[in-house]
Design a protein around this ligand. Structure first.
Ligand code: ZN
Length: 388
């Protein structure tokens, strides 16, 4: 089955001019000005000058919901197939988060496999905030080596009152076990680290690396825009070779307390000469966000899976020069940080995961994952889950 997409502005994530994109089966087969297809049976999509982008790789989501740290009334709900597709997220990477007691990896695994069965390229982390990490098979390296959707461990919490207050040795051992799994099966092996607002910042990671043989890039810190100080630390950490992740979902109170808004943080990182492929944006979808009324905490809401798409749409409207960098930070960069070799680019040989945005409104109109159409003209193709 061949599909040709023409008349699109392509961000591969690099901007490409006057190219057509050919999908053969589940992969991109060609990206070129002229594609010769005489005699081939072909379906053609006219993108009507819309934008063609890689499907979003969201490095931190909570598909089974998150929260729960303020009592059971604060648990946030699950994110289903339609929730991710309508947000343009073709590869959600699922994590447990704070709660590995009343939520479990078994349930997360089932949810991720359900998303896969419906056509998404979903993955997951083993573990949670805590060390020793909760696992599926009893061992982090075994989970990564033997359980297909598991690509790393995370989000392991440091510098946070909700963390297990891990020691340097525990952080080393967890990253080493994770890396071993990644070495054995040739994928993943990245330790995603939730960095809280504690004064120690990234020091636990620097201490774990100093005096060990672990490469800096085995740690992938997230929420690094929590404060200007932490962002500066993360920039230095990235210069040693690590990828760093900026959280997009926010509330005005976080910014008042010193959080650097995602776009401002991305610009600041790029201006310091950090390798532009080492900075990523994630949604923390399903994570809990506080809701205030007249300065009083009224309750919690959940970070939406649409956060990354909405940021990109805002950039396309107001700062189009930044659009390729934002696209890279939600596609090729997280795929590289997590060693997901087949995702994140519109290039021959890569999985045919793509989005088409309308030329005028930048509204999401089409979503494909591995060559399968999951949304057409703004309508999600709900996949049957009853076997019928
Ligand atoms: Zn977190």
């Amino acid at each position: 089955m061949l599909t040709l997409i023409r008349n699109a502005r392509v961000f591969s994530p690099e901007p490409l001019h006057d190219v057509q994109v050919l999908i053969a089966g589940d992969r991109f087969a060609a990206v070129a000005e002229h594609i010769d297809l005489t005699g081939e049976e072909l379906s053609v999509i006219d993108a009507e000058k819309g934008l063609l982008l890689p499907g979003i790789v969201d490095a931190l989501t909570h598909p089974c919901g998150g929260g729960g740290e303020g009592g059971f009334q604060n648990r946030t709900p699950e994110i289903d197939f339609a929730g991710f597709v309508s947000a343009g997220v073709t590869s959600p990477i699922g994590a447990l988060g704070t709660d590995s007691v009343a939520r479990s990896l078994d349930v997360l695994y089932g949810h991720i496999m359900n998303l896969r069965a419906q056509g998404l390229g979903a993955f997951m982390y083993t573990g949670s905030y805590r060390i020793p990490p909760t696992t599926l098979t009893g061992d982090v390296a075994r989970d990564i080596t033997l359980v297909d959707p598991v690509i790393g461990v995370g989000e392991i919490a440091i510098s946070d009152h909700r963390s297990s207050q891990p020691t340097v040795e525990e952080l080393r051992r967890t990253a080493a076990d994770c890396r071993l799994g990644g070495i054995i099966n040739g994928t993943g092996g990245t330790t995603l680290v939730h960095v809280g607002d504690g004064a120690s910042g990234l020091k636990p990671l620097r201490d774990a690396l100093n005096g060990s043989e672990l490469p800096t890039r085995c740690y992938y810190p997230t929420h690094v825009n929590r404060s200007r100080e932490l962002l500066d630390e993360a920039i230095q950490f990235s210069k040693r070779g690590a990828s760093i992740d900026i959280t997009v979902s926010t509330v005005p109170e976080f910014v008042e307390q010193g959080e650097v808004p995602a776009l401002q943080a991305l610009t600041a990182v790029l201006e310091t000469g950090v390798s532009p492929d080492r900075v990523t944006l994630s949604s923390d979808a399903g994570g809990s966000l506080p809701v205030y009324r007249d300065g009083e905490l009224e309750g919690l809401t959940a970070a939406p899976p649409t956060a990354l798409l909405e940021l990109l749409q805002q950039v396309l409207r107001t700062q189009p020069d930044l659009a390729p960098a934002v696209t890279a930070a939600i596609s090729s960069n997280p795929a590289a940080a997590l060693n997901i070799a087949s995702k994140g680019r519109i290039a021959p040989g890569y999985d045919a995961d793509l989005l088409i945005l309308k030329s005028d409104s930048f509204a999401l109109s089409d979503v494909f994952c591995r060559g399968r159409c999951l949304m057409r003209n703004g309508n999600v193709n709900i996949q049957s889950t009853d076997g019928g």
